[in-house]
Design a protein around this ligand. Structure first.
Ligand SMILES: NC(=O)c1ccc[n+]([C@@H]2O[C@H](COP(=O)([O-])OP(=O)(O)OC[C@H]3O[C@@H](n4cnc5c(N)ncnc54)[C@H](OP(=O)(O)O)[C@@H]3O)[C@@H](O)[C@H]2O)c1
Length: 110
């Protein structure tokens, strides 16, 4: 499993989420670092993107702490049950992203 947008592309004020901020304070870490730990501790590869060197350094500095089982549960409780940047199961979205590739497949089937 690989998180292509571990920070939901920075949408929905994720970095200001109060629940995550509370957890982050406990460990002396940032919200971004807690999000990455939550993914990594579940065996998910993360590829966070930043154009800021300081944030890049912050995002890689996540291997010196571990979220407790309770904090992992709290993080999991934030799940909304749907993608926070786009729905891979929505035909309209898929058509927009992969439209030309889908057309090529359709053409090759004729
Ligand atoms: N999203 C997709 O569908 C998709 C598909 C294929 C590949 N990828 C790749 O996956 C990687 C993930 O990038 P992504 O842009 O999709 O989503 P992302 O990593 O979830 O979010 C990036 C956003 O988080 C901000 N950010 C990063 N670190 C931060 C920090 N420590 N504190 C505060 N804000 C922070 C970035 O702002 P700043 O840059 O201003 O720091 C940017 O707005 C990229 O390499 C991308 O090419 C993504």
């Amino acid at each position: 499993m690989e998180a292509w947008a571990p920070f939901a592309e920075g949408k929905h004020n994720l970095f200001e989420n109060e629940t995550i901020m509370t957890i982050a304070d406990k460990y002396g870490k940032s919200t971004g670092q807690v999000i990455l730990r939550w993914l990594l501790q579940r065996g998910i590869t993360v590829i966070p993107k930043s154009v800021h060197p300081q944030r890049m350094a912050e995002n890689i500095n996540v291997f010196d702490f571990e979220l407790s089982a309770d904090d992992m549960k709290t993080m999991a409780s934030l799940d909304k049950g749907e993608s926070q940047f786009f729905d891979h199961r929505d035909p309209v979205t898929i058509e927009q992203i992969f439209g030309s590739s889908l057309q090529q497949v359709k053409d090759s089937e004729i």
